[in-house]
Design a protein around this ligand. Structure first.
Ligand code: SAM
Length: 309
């Protein structure tokens, strides 16, 4: 066992510094003080960090790059600096280091040498998106970037199928539409929120079902940075599982507007890759439509998709 007191020790330490995720005003007094005191600043990309440092007129004695490809080769240098009692600040390009960013090796090395690891809290895209999404309930899970490979992605989504909290997902703009398409095949009606360009002039929150967000990103080519929040699941109104269930619930009403909405949803789900029969079943269930009627009408509209029921 080992206890590390952040505020009573002097000398070697590793500060894990959160930096702005776009808006350079999002700095704390403590962050600025820390960067001014640091003997060494380890930066994911020194060009990016220089923008922040020069904005606040901070000139660390040493500013060096530290990223996923050179972390291993920096170990001996870090060890030597800490033996000399130097205070090292770790920053990433944006937000909290280690959160889908480099830094894990440095933390492990510091801990193995009994060097205090001290967080300097601040901006983080995941939590900023979560609190504005309306889904920040009792619990949530941070998934970071989803696997790219279809099978691993499917396994990940299945693993969280019954998770009752919100899910937080990072995605790059050029993969966002494909990611939403994959998620829509599992949870087409699950409420979700896309947080775009947090803290920047173009900040937006787009609220809708996963299918609606898929449609939205199909129509507009996404640019900038995005966090996707999926609503907590488990209750029936969440829409979770509707893309997965095969049980049939026959509907009573054949209301025209509902049928129009049903056809629209089937069209979108099929475009998102869901088999036609499954899209009909899950839509009929969601909207309490008669499955056979929706099926016939969708055939007349030639919404056929990958396979028949
Ligand atoms: N360490 C960072 C943090 O604490 O949020 C995350 C770094 S990760 C490499 C980059 C991803 O975070 C982006 O692809 C995006 O999903 C998300 N992100 C970062 N800044 C963002 C912003 N201003 N608005 C929306 N998402 C952002």
């Amino acid at each position: 066992m080992h206890i590390s007191h952040s505020f009573v020790q002097e000398g070697a330490c590793l500060w894990i510094c959160a930096t702005p995720i776009g808006n350079l005003q999002d700095v704390s007094l403590r962050l600025l003080d820390t960067l001014r005191q640091a003997d060494v600043v380890l930066a994911e990309d020194t060009r990016q960090t220089r923008k922040l440092l020069s904005r606040y007129d901070i000139h660390p004695p040493v500013l060096v790059s530290y990223h996923e490809h050179n972390g291993e080769s920096k170990r001996e240098q870090l060890r030597g600096w800490w033996q000399e009692g130097l205070r090292i600040a770790l920053v990433s390009d944006a937000g909290l280091p280690l959160i889908s960013d480099p830094g894990e090796d440095a933390v492990q090395l510091a801990l193995s040498l009994d060097v205090p690891v001290i967080p300097i809290p601040g901006p983080n895209a995941a939590l900023s998106a979560l609190v504005a999404s309306g889904f920040a309930g009792h619990s949530f899970t941070f998934l970071g970037f989803l696997p790219r490979d279809a099978k691993h992605l499917k396994d990940t989504l299945m693993r969280y199928h019954n998770f009752p909290g919100a899910l937080i997902i990072y995605e790059s703009p050029h993969r966002l539409n494909r990611c939403l398409r994959e998620i829509a095949t599992f949870w087409p009606t699950r409420p979700a929120c896309l947080a775009k360009e947090l803290t920047k002039l173009n900040e937006q929150f787009i609220y809708g079902s996963v299918t609606e967000l898929f449609e939205f990103t199909s129509q507009t080519s996404p640019r900038g940075e995005y966090v996707l929040i999926l609503s907590p699941g488990s209750d029936k109104s969440s829409g979770i599982g509707q893309g997965l269930q095969s049980s049939e619930e026959e509907a009573e009403s054949l209301d025209e507007n509902q049928m129009g909405e049903g056809l629209r949803r089937v069209r979108v789900a099929v475009a998102a890759g869901m088999p036609h029969g499954q899209a009909v079943r899950s839509t009929a269930k969601q909207l309490h439509l008669r499955r056979k009627d929706l099926y016939q009408l969708s055939l007349q509209e030639k919404i056929e998709g990958a396979s028949s029921p």
